[in-house]
Ligand binder design. Sequence first.
Ligand code: MOS
Length: 739
Amino acid sequence: MSQSIGKPVNRVDGRLKVTGGARYSAEIPLKGLVHAVFVTSTIAKGRIEQIDTRAAEQSPGVLSVLTHLNMPKLAKQLVAGGRQQPGMSFAPMQGPEIHYSGQQIAIAIADTLERATHAARLVQVRYRQETPVVTLQPNLKQAYQPEKVLWGFVPGRTARGNPSQALAQAPVKISETYTLSTNHHNPLEPSATTAVWEGDTVTVYNATQGITGTQKFISEMLAIPIEKVRVIGQYVGGGFGCKASSWPHEAFAVIAARDLKRPVKLVLTREQMYTSVGSREEQALQVSLGATRDGKLTAISHTKISPTSPFDEWAEPSGNVINMMYACPNFEATYRLVRTNIISGCPMRGPGEVPGMYALECAMDELAYTVGLDPIELRLRNHADVNPADGLPWSSKSLKECYKVGAERFGWAKRNSKPRSMRDGRYLIGYGMASATYPVYSESASARAQLFADGRVVVKTSATDIGTGTYTILTQVAADALGLPVEQVKVEIGDSQQPKGGQSGGSTGAGTNASAVHLAATNLRRQVVQLGIKNKRSPLYGAKEDAVKVENGRLFLAENSARGETYSQLLTRLGHKQVEAMGEWDGKQPSEKYAMHAFGADFAEVAVDPDLGLVRVRRLLGVYGAGRILNVKTARSQVIGGMVWGMSQALLEHTSMDVNFGRYTNANFAEYLVPVNADIPGDIEVEFIDERDPHVNVLGVKGIGELAMVGASAAIANAIYHATGKRIRDLPITPDKLL
Ligand code: MOS
């Protein structure tokens, strides 16, 4: 059946994107559109004593200035809206309290962006200022253990076996703390919302990873029925987690548009992206490993200390992955939080898995040296044949093959295990590796497939494409199920008026939406086949359903291909303008029977300048077992992005905080370093293991978005140790740390 699934089909939206024809949420041409610009707090803690908007209001072109004094009260705080769209529990502009620097305190709305920006600068604020807490150091003593983290989804402590006793008795011990700087999402497209009311119905063009989530959020915040909220987000320029939750600005744009009876556009500036949506928090990840002398793990203990906001107990759950990665009978993970004056954190690509694996895989590298084993051999000795967290068998797992294929392709055997033993001229050369994994989650989703009399197919579902290739893979899935070339299929997504699709989050998008589209297209094919079988004038008349095949839009008998006709001939003869069918994927996985994860192995080669401490990543290789790969080209692109981000986290990314003002000092692309082409090695290779998983979802798709970032930073940190003999346990590994 598979004609196009798996093939490197070009992006079906590629032409629209490069010609500017793809419209993002801030590019919707609307009559009478006005522009909203935020004023944000310059203090990190305290309250507004006086806010004077007179000059701003009198400024040319200004239509209104909203502050906490005239902003309508939200119907609800921004509390977790169920599984799909949790969010922060504090809404700014509802009172005078200031909880973090960059908190939204006023909105200036004017006829042009420039006039709104100017007016925002005219707002005068007098604060009563208090001393903020904004970093882990020197406030570690204030850390406490919360009952739950991650908006109430993850317990503050998890344990099995007797970890403290096992650790005390272990012949070999590694106990270290790995730290990670604050990292910020920097999607090319900043968060943006354009709202337009017609009567009592609002259309919200939103840069979001989840159409349904935005719809629910706006409905709840403004107390309006959900059917009165239409959400559109047909093109989204990256999300990485910061567009997976809803944030206050989305509601404010809708309120402003209602007040003014004009369409309102609100785009966060790059700087505002650092304080208007969450981030990956600064963290100290303590890992203790107990092992036998031959490297078998006997105990793992993990404590993560991280800052949270004044109102939520956020922590990305680093312990989950440390719990399930290696066979080990005794385990504990504890979260400890420090209350700080920072906006609540939020998921960022591989939320929990990325920092957890960075710490675990660096500790495993240290253990490999301590017991004198090759890092891959150590991992094989501790391979988890079942999920150690719950004892369940894996639905599929290709990790051993990932190690094997990776080692061969990378030339791991050429590695002299002794640190500082490999050189290229004056450069120190190091090879490092790390494992990767990410769970296979699932959501329910539905899709509609329509076949027209001219043989074209249109598929609709309210999924999103955040740049990953959703349009393309869903086109391929529908084309294959209907026996059509991809050119005959058009996929329409990103609109709440379409059947409910799954979000782009938690690496669920491909598996969830492909399942719904496959079911819809399969139902449609069956329905059309039935029309032929029952039609006396059809060459298919009287055939059995499963005796009929479709290829290239032509239905025919498998045993006698001469007996057949095209979709178009059949529908035209019957006088049907179109036939349509729904597909409903319930999102249910056999999670009581199987543990479901994708796995992989990352390899890195670095060259370190011994005099300058500069690290060049020369090669990256990622080998992944992630179920069925729907499109090897878009998958490869996405995975390269993940590996490059892992490199960026290892070497570059770091949001710095001015502790006196509680303000980020580098909230811009000039000083928050993300890799440019010159930083990225030319030699990045990706390999997918051919893996069939009958359990995870309809097509056996595991998802790749997060997986590719999970192992990359540890592989690079381990390669740097191998090159230099210096174990840097603090990301990013900047030149100063190596000198
Ligand atoms: Mo992802 S961090 O679930 O967008």
